[in-house]
Design a protein around this ligand. Structure first.
Ligand code: AGP
Length: 606
């Protein structure tokens, strides 16, 4: 995701400190950067696409005048990585500069409204609407604080933002809704940033801004207010003892655990996709005679889950295919009637891009779902969706997987509606459960992490595990196994539970940990039979089941309960305990979950 830093000093220039602060945000991933400073009734801006060092070599970030400034590293979600789309964004009169991290859901309607009132836009970003809204407030005689509050009340979505204006040159107004924002204070000035590492060298006196709060920063003072009613809040600064590296993980021991815990936010962002992109993809899918879901690794398991969703919701058969096998397996059947939906977090996976190129050559329609704007997959796709998960640093995919499944679920539901395959009540039921997914995941993280840690300690030394599910839970079993296998190196099995007696059951010995994924869906009765057959052979039964499912609990040696969710969406909540289990087993065995041996985050070679 994007990173923001703003600061106001009692003396000296802001830009060198902003420049080095941006460098400390590089680990978050970005594709453009910029700084704006205020001096003598004028705003100075230097920004461009590319890495900070390249931009600095071209434009020199360190010689900008003024002791107040805002800065930004951009992880593109709306609009490609270009100079025009880089932050900071200005208003029509260059009197307001804004930097923003988050997703403004209703930016298109705001942009049209502002353009109708004569505002001129220079970027394709959602953020730019904020600078023009604030400009209108200032023009109406409001001060920067009130102009900002009134602008915020028009926004729907997530934001961490910082605003400066020539109208009140010694102030910074910053605000937060969901996207993180911290404040810092020192004898030399005050600071705000997306996270602590950016400003830790300047101060370790940190205040965490909460959702719905705003702060007015002056060089010697910070005032915090509640956006909703303007009440001033008093907040003690905490002294942070972290190192920079610890701070990059926001106190988590590893990026993987931080990213597992980021899923409520990344899932909320995956629910804030622009409708027109979802509609476009759905229209192409609806026209397809043959539809292949192309991916590798974890993304392939998201596609397996999606194939159940497309079939059960939209009555549409789709074929999830491992990218590296696509050409051999289906190459000769590809034609103009084929639609390929490629799913790739990085958008750079060699096997997936090779298969996509082959399908394109045979006139297939290429669609994409990725986490990286400007990636190769976005350039070769007829239409694509960016899932907005923010950068995923850990090699093991976690938040990107659940976001992929959520995007695919939204497509399947839209397709069901377009094809008239579900009643309005059925659509509403799925949609309501979809909207509750982020809080369901939040609930699991809060309530079940300790239980999973306990299970990790209990089973950490086991040599191999079985992961079994039926129906859509087969995808969860496969992904849960991959998580454990890739970061703790335990050769484990995962397959549809009905397959046990066709061979795999021969590996079960006394005490073999066998993980069953059994949501309360139509497969539950059969999976109970599978549990009994494993139990009869001495397996240790670890079950993931719906809260209160006493029958499953009675059959299991250990259970992890999951809140009730629509069965078609179960792959999202049910993978959370398995992500945590894989993580804690790896840590129990002294391994580094962020950097598993032999693996890279993006496999860009054959
Ligand atoms: C998953 O934890 C692995 N990192 C790996 O299987 C990954 O999902 C696979 O390489 C596909 O990557 P992509 O989504 O970037 O295409």
């Amino acid at each position: 995701m994007c990173g923001i830093v703003a600061l106001t000093l009692k003396e000296g220039n802001a830009s060198p400190l902003l420049h080095s602060a941006l460098k400390r945000l590089e680990y978050r991933g970005y594709d453009s950067a910029g700084i704006a400073t205020l001096y003598g009734e004028k705003i100075f801006v230097k920004k461009d696409a590319g890495k900070i060092d390249e931009i600095h070599a071209r434009l020199n970030f360190d010689n900008m005048p003024g002791s107040v400034g805002v800065s930004h590293t951009r992880w593109s979600t709306h609009g490609a990585p270009t100079r025009e789309n880089a932050h900071p964004h200005l208003d029509c009169k260059n009197t307001v500069a804004v930097v923003h991290n988050g997703v403004i859901e209703n930016f298109l309607e705001l942009k049209e409204e502002l353009m109708d009132r004569g505002h001129r836009f220079v970027s394709r970003t959602d953020t730019e609407v904020i600078s023009h809204l604030v400009e209108e407030g200032l023009d109406a005689g409001e001060n920067l604080y009130n102009a900002t509050v009134n602008a915020l009340r028009r926004l729907r979505g997530s934001y961490a933002l910082a605003i400066i204006s020539t109208r009140e040159p010694n102030k910074i107004v910053c605000a937060r809704n969901e996207s993180p924002l911290v404040l810092g204070l020192s004898d030399s000035g005050t600071f705000c940033a997306s996270d602590i590492p950016a400003i830790l060298p300047y101060t370790n006196k940190i205040i965490i801004l909460n959702n719905g709060e705003l702060a007015v920063l002056e060089a010697d003072n910070i005032i915090i207010k509640r956006i909703s009613d303007g009440v001033t809040l008093s907040r003690e600064a905490k002294v942070i003892e972290w190192s920079i590296e610890q701070a990059e993980k926001q106190g988590y021991p590893h990026f993987m655990l931080k990213e597992i815990h980021e899923q409520p936010t990344s899932l909320r962002n995956a629910l804030r996709l622009q409708e027109q992109y979802l509609d476009l993809i759905t229209t192409f899918l609806d026209r397809g005679e043959k539809i292949f879901l192309l991916a590798a690794g974890t993304s392939h398991y998201a596609c397996i889950a999606a194939s159940y969703m497309f079939s059960k919701l939209a009555r549409l058969a789709t074929y999830p295919v491992v990218s590296s096998e696509f050409i051999e397996n289906y190459g000769d059947s590809i034609g103009i009637d084929t639609v390929v939906l490629a799913v790739s977090q990085s958008g750079e996976t060699y096997d997936t891009l090779k298969a996509v190129d082959y399908a394109r050559m045979r006139a297939a329609t290429i669609l994409g779902i990725t986490n990286v704007v400007g990636s190769t997959l976005t350039r070769v796709s007829r239409a694509y969706i960016v899932q907005q998960s923010g950068p995923e640093i850990g090699v093991a995919a976690t938040k990107s997987y659940t976001a992929q499944v959520l995007v695919l679920a939204q497509l399947a539901l839209k397709l069901a509606k377009m094809r008239g395959k579900l009643s309005q009540d059925e659509i509403d039921e799925v949609k309501a459960s979809l909207q509750r997914i982020p809080e369901t995941v939040e609930n699991i993280l809060e309530k079940r992490e300790e239980k999973v840690k306990e299970l990790a300690r209990k089973y950490a030394k086991e040599k191999t595990f079985l992961f079994l599910g039926r129906g859509i839970s087969t995808a969860t079993a496969l992904e849960g196994r991959l998580k454990l296998l890739e970061i703790s190196y335990k050769p484990s099995l995962a397959y549809p539970a009905g397959e046990s007696k066709h061979g795999p059951i021969s590996v079960v010995e006394d005490g073999t940990p066998t993980i069953f994924i059994c949501p309360n869906d139509e497969t539950r009765k059969d999976i109970i039979g599978n549990m009994m057959e494993m139990k009869a052979r001495g397996a240790k039964i670890i079950s993931l089941c719906e809260e209160g499912d006493q029958k499953i609990a009675d059959l299991s040696d250990d259970i992890i309960e999951v809140p009730k969710v629509h069965p078609i969406l179960s792959p999202i909540p049910y993978i959370i305990p398995l992500q945590l289990l894989a993580y804690y087993i790896a840590v129990e065995n002294g391994l580094d979950p962020d950097k598993p041996r032999n693996l890279a985050k993006s496999v860009t070679v054959p």
